[in-house]
Design a binder for this molecule. Sequence first.
Ligand SMILES: Cc1cc2ncn([C@H]3O[C@H](COP(=O)(O)O)[C@@H](O)[C@H]3O)c2cc1C
Ligand SMILES: O=C(O)c1cccnc1
Length: 391
Amino acid sequence: MADTDQSADRALIERTIAAIEGPDHESSAAVARAFDGKVKPVRSLGQLEALAARVAGIQRTTTPRVDSPVVLVCAADHGIARTGVSAYPQEVTAQMLAAFAGGRAAVSILAHQADAQLVVADLGVVEPPQLHPTHAYAPVLDRRVRAGTDNSAEGPAMTRAEAEQAVATGIRLAEELVEGGADLIALGEMGIGSTTTASVLTSAILDRDPARVVGAGTGVEGEALAHKVEMVDAVLARHEDVEEPWDVLAAMGGLEIAALAGVALGCAAHRVPALLDGFISTAGALVAWRLAPAAADAMIAAHRSTEPGHSMQLQELGLTPLLDLQMRLGEASGAALAIPLVRSSLALLQDMGELADLGRDDAAPDDTAPDDVAPDAASPAAPDGAPPHGG
Ligand SMILES: Cc1cc2ncn([C@H]3O[C@H](COP(=O)(O)O)[C@@H](O)[C@H]3O)c2cc1C
Ligand SMILES: O=C(O)c1cccnc1
């Protein structure tokens, strides 16, 4: 990569991080107060009220809207996948890109149900799929940084310049979508082996025991699961001395997770809610938070994946998931499912009648925001100290 490209990537990343101003607490509080005046018992819409207030804070307006949601799936391959950590072979990644574009994957169906546009970005699958005119359901954007990462148990997954390029690519994707009118972006991924990479990053960034972080992924159990834990241990041992966040990302991977970190940064800088899917997407979110803690203020957790590390990530980010459907698919499937909930919360805010119109004056109690909407309640703490590998 040319030096100029590299410095352009760095400048974009720095500019984006500098532009993140955090949520507008006044808009959140105003929305919480507005809900107290609606024709319903106070706070009876529970988390939906908190959700609308959060979107208001992120969009910095008392009239939040989600009219053009986009489901963005970032895809790439992982060198570590060739060490037997997944129940499926690497070529499935590229095959699934064709399934997304053909409208037949789970997320294709769920994005359609949610009235959301599906966009797929190839950050570096090993062998890009041949697409035909029948693959017209969703565009597959060529944003390839390299053809898959290297095996992180043997050396760095990628170079630092490639990690920066992948993050900058994610920022550019978010910017293009926002320029095209996107007012919410659902973050999803595809890449065989990615739960191993997400486990490595989560263990490193949160300083957790891999044995507690690693889960079944596509369905590894028994001895295969023990092998997966060993591989995560091996990657962490191989990069024991790496601490700086960019070096951690480069050493451990992956390309799509780095891009998703960039998307989360871009969303935060452009006041667009980043609706997180499961364990892998949230690994991208965790990287974004490590680079810019305030980025977490623009995140909404769609669901809780059954991967054990996902709950650890959400806790650290201070996020409460909207759904818990025992899902472990990825692809943004859980995020797509939560889009109608977000829209419903905003429709209630916009269109419900007022208690006052019923001639009642017992509408709102004096204290305003419900506890879980209190502007800072859902804001994560800045990463403190310097955990191993965390920089
Ligand atoms: C057919 C198929 C469709 C998928 N859609 C998402 N994933 C999910 O599984 C992968 C992660 O699991 P692991 O780390 O165990 O490989 C990711 O690609 C993820 O999005 C899929 C996996 C398969 C096999
Ligand atoms: O939670 C996820 O994102 C997930 C879990 C298993 C497999 N793929 C994705």
